[in-house]
Design a protein around this ligand. Structure first.
Ligand SMILES: Nc1ncnc2c1ncn2[C@@H]1O[C@H](COP(=O)(O)OP(=O)(O)O)[C@@H](O)[C@H]1O
Ligand SMILES: [Mg+2]
Length: 383
């Protein structure tokens, strides 16, 4: 059972799901690639990080493993490779024995010797102590398996350091899953199938062969909990709210915002609660879509054309192919801009760069492009 904390009331816990997942992910299956780890995929804002922090992390710890958690979204400015290494270092720092081992392997017989101190900065890429060495020391010292959770892992392949860190993790995974140590299990989340597929493609990648599990979205049991915890005098009907939740693409924040609106409507009459709640949910959905549309409408014609064609094409998008250039032209023509704006390689490249700058487009280090957030596709393509 999960402990009661001050936050317990604001989060719907999925303890049984977490326990099941934790047990499966921490069991090594026979066959090398089957041990590659697990990918949880679901659209943005549907509760992946909350589930990991609130339920999965404690459930994995309860199996007797060490959990290291790195959220690559938390600080978008930080290099994803550094975020992963920082998370590993802060776990190492909790274990004196591990630090001693690492200091010894770095040629010091004590942690502090003749004024020289061993610093965990030495753990990382080309810093003297490899990620593999550090995690192996952690595994040996604690005699526990390690679970490394990387949230929004697709960010790791958008920079060179991020990519290099994943290669280093692959080496660590192979080493620590050998019979010499206690096992390293990598769990990752991501919000787009296109990007996840890229993460699994390369044999040298930490995620090569990882199993992709569509993250189970919140369902009726969450809605029942949500309805039972509202402070209006009249009860919401869980069946009706479930239908609204689907309309909201399973994003809990939309229901939450609607509930807050009603809570502070001091004139609200009991008989109006159900209708007003439905109105507010739809209003919230519309506001989110309008906000996105506002961003989209402020783009230059070429940026708009590039984004639209990318949204329509999905994973086959090839920005500079002749056929794609023709499609940009067609979109420009729809907006009467085909004469004033050119759709050539240079202008498309500039458009892509601007879209990356605006966080609308994501670029993999080697040059594959995808939408940062797939809800843009819904907003742009729907009539
Ligand atoms: N189990 C839950 N119970 C209550 N609210 C939730 C739950 N999961 C998600 N939320 C709400 O939805 C928001 C988005 O969830 P988050 O975990 O950040 O999604 P993701 O990581 O998939 O983008 C959170 O800020 C929280 O308000
Ligand atoms: Mg998240």
């Amino acid at each position: 059972m999960s402990k009661k904390t001050p936050q317990s009331k604001t989060v719907f816990h999925r303890t049984a799901l977490a326990k099941k997942l934790a047990e499966r992910v921490m069991t090594l299956s026979p066959g090398a690639t089957a041990n590659s780890g697990l990918f949880l995929s679901a659209p943005r804002r549907t509760g992946k990080s909350t589930f990991i922090r609130e339920d999965l992390r404690p459930a994995i710890q309860a199996t007797g493993a060490i959990v290291i958690y790195a959220d690559l979204w938390e600080d978008k400015q930080a290099d994803p490779g550094k975020v992963i290494i920082t998370a590993i270092r802060s776990e190492l720092a909790k274990h004196d024995g591990v630090i001693k081992r690492l200091a010894q392997s770095a040629g010091m017989d004590k942690v502090s010797l003749g004024g020289m101190t061993f610093s965990l900065d030495r753990v990382g890429l080309n810093q003297g102590i490899s990620i593999s060495g550090a995690l192996a020391a952690l595994s040996d010292e604690t005699q526990k398996p390690i679970a490394l959770i990387i949230d929004e892992a697709q960010h790791a392949i958008s920079t060179k350091d991020g990519n290099d860190t994943l290669f280093a993790l692959k080496a660590a995974r192979d080493e620590i899953n050998s019979s010499l140590h206690f096992g390293l299990h990598i769990i990752a989340t991501g919000s787009s199938q296109t990007k996840l597929a890229m993460l699994r493609n390369s044999k040298e990648q930490a995620f090569f062969g990882a199993f992709i599990l569509p993250f189970p979205l919140l369902g009726q049991d969450y809605i029942d909990w949500f309805c039972a915890h509202q402070e209006f005098s009249a009860q919401l009907d869980p069946k009706a709210v479930m239908a609204l939740f689907e309309e909201a693409s399973f994003r809990p924040e939309i229901l939450g915002a609607a509930a807050v609106k009603l809570k502070y409507d001091l004139e609200l009459r009991d008989e109006d609660v159900a209708t007003r709640f439905a109105e507010e949910v739809r209003h919230q959905i519309k506001m989110l879509n309008d906000a996105l549309l506002g961003v989209v409408n402020s783009l230059t014609p070429i940026q708009y054309a590039v984004l639209k064609v990318m949204a329509e094409t999905g994973s086959d998008y090839a920005p500079f192919e002749a056929a794609t250039l023709q499609r940009y032209k067609a979109v420009l023509a729809e907006h009467g801009a085909e004469d004033s704006v050119r759709a050539d390689v240079t202008s498309v490249q500039q458009g892509l760069n601007a879209l990356i700058e605006k966080s609308l487009v994501w670029k993999e280090a080697r040059g594959v492009y995808a939408l940062e957030d797939i809800t843009i596709a819904d907003v742009m393509i729907k009539p």
